[in-house]
Design a binder for this molecule. Sequence first.
Ligand code: FES
Length: 177
Amino acid sequence: METNTETTEEVEEIDLAPAEEIINQLPDNSRGHLIPTLDKVQGIYRYLPDPVMEMLMEFFNIARAEIYGVISFYPQLRITEPGKYIIKLCYGTACFVKGAPIINDKIHEKYHIKPGETDAEKLFTLQTASCLGNCGAAPMAIIGDDTHGTIDPEKTYDILSEYKKDDEETPVTEEVG
Ligand code: FES
């Protein structure tokens, strides 16, 4: 089965100004600033786009292989654009026992992604997490900013179908008067 880790080479306009601003605030280009800088840059772009990486390589005078080596060491750093929603599926013991692997399989069946991958629509990026700290509500997952507990694995699709690519907000009906 072919996985859908994003490989599409979309030529995307990346605004480099925010990254430049971060770099300009650094006192010098010592390596000690590299990880915090990568972290800040990702905070803005949600990942580390290649044009930004090139700026960083130049500023820190670091080879591509070396910077990628650093990045590979930190799972929170990403070089590909994540999906609109990051699914953090808890794989701690309680959640594992209560069905996290089934949820994982359902996500794979429907979206063809495994942990670390993003679906073709760039809707979801799946990650596994160690205990999310609420084992009483196992199995748990965090999807975007939402926490879901006591998930019925068989209802995985129902939960995920609430998340859409376009911001189709549920219309709010207001009672007037
Ligand atoms: S094991 Fe999942 S919340 Fe603790």
